[in-house]
Write a protein that binds this ligand. Structure first.
Ligand code: PHE
Length: 348
């Protein structure tokens, strides 16, 4: 076969191969096969050097033409493949915007946080300022200055959590405060009278049942001014009850005893679960919110306040209890508030 016939055969074979190409990878294989160093075309080129000058001129020209034709065929195919890819993009990568989306889960504040903010707001409108006093506290502020002496049962390991820390000569041991009343003397010590304090904080006691969690919250109101009386106390509670629970809930004061108040009361609210009939949560139709009373003169003195000149009222209520007694909330076991089950929490 003549040189030119060989070239024609090569060219024909290239055309046949090229017609079957459908992607970049296949095209690359062909490029190596027809233009690479071991290609048939290179083999033919190598024959040129053994030819006469005239033969070589003619054959070389023919070989170059075939080479150029093959190269431009490659360029054309490359462009076509790219165009086809872009055209298909519209269908291959299309997004069906009519499909329903996957909504990301959106959380909300824990019911305790919501309640804290709401209660803070109600008392803020009465001029009470939210403050923070320590959760890890000296016996001095949690008990001693409140006339809760060393023999009182609250100072027992079975009722209060003690911190494994060195004791202070005057202030005693450290505890996880069992009530927010620890803030009362601290607030007085700031020396800024009159006082309208709202201390909302975590409190801790060794108890756990349907109406108690070992870590709970209390909100403590402290009002110290000249001429403060029990009528102020009643007025505050009635206002709070209307604002937070609604007009249909009732407040009742029962005489009680606290070491730091005289007289002392326990404040009850009619149960929102059974509406006063009596149930597992409340037993007799009323739920205890917490204690209240007029500060004992010795407590005022401990805070550096003159009991001859100033009177003080204080109240400390359980936040979780308050939340659960609110209209519409049927929390029959307080512990579920902190067991971190989203199925429960997302309801509120
Ligand atoms: N600290 C008391 C308790 O935890 C409540 C209380 C606060 C009582 C203020 C009287 C005055 O039970």
């Amino acid at each position: 076969m003549s040189f030119k016939d060989e070239l024609q055969k090569l060219r024909a074979s290239f055309d046949t191969d090229l017609a079957t190409v459908s992607g970049d990878d296949e095209l690359e294989v062909l490029r190596v096969k027809y233009l690479g160093r071991k290609s048939g075309l290179q083999d033919l080129m190598r024959l040129l050097k053994d030819m006469t000058n005239d033969e070589r001129k003619d054959a070389g020209q023919a070989a170059n033409e075939v080479k150029k034709a093959i190269e431009s065929a490659f360029d054309l195919t490359t462009t076509e493949l790219e165009r086809a890819r872009l055209e298909n993009l519209a269908t291959e990568e299309a997004i069906d915007i009519s499909l329903p989306g996957i909504a990301p889960p959106v959380g909300h504040l824990h019911m305790t946080t919501t309640a804290i903010r709401e209660i803070e707001g109600i008392f803020a409108r009465l001029g009470f300022t939210r403050v923070r006093h320590p959760e890890v506290e000296w016996e001095w502020y949690a008990f001693e200055t409140l006339r809760v002496g060393p023999d009182h049962p609250a100072r027992d390991n079975w009722e209060t959590f003690f911190i494994d820390a060195p004791a202070d000569d005057k202030k005693g041991k450290m505890v996880l405060t069992p009530h927010t009343t620890n803030g009362d003397v601290r607030e007085m010590e700031r020396g800024d009278l009159p006082i309208r304090m709202m201390n909302i904080n975590k409190t801790y006691r060794r108890q756990s049942d349907v109406s108690h969690v070992p870590m709970f919250h209390q909100f403590e109101g402290l009002l110290i001014d000249e001429g403060v009386t029990i009528t102020d106390l009643k007025g505050l509670f009635e206002h709070f009850a209307k604002e937070y629970f609604g007009a249909d809930r009732e407040i009742r004061l029962r005489p009680h005893h606290f070491r730091f108040t005289e007289p002392s009361f326990e404040v009850d609210i009619s149960c929102g679960l059974c509406h006063g009939k009596g149930c597992r949560m409340c037993k007799d139709g009323w739920v205890e919110l917490g204690g209240a009373g007029m500060l004992h003169p010795d407590v005022l003195k401990a805070g550096g306040v003159d009991p001859e000149k100033y009177g003080g009222l204080a109240f400390g209520w359980g936040l979780e209890r308050t939340v659960s007694m609110r209209a519409g909330l049927n929390i029959s076991d307080l512990r579920t508030m902190y067991s971190n089950d989203v199925r429960f929490l997302q309801q509120f």
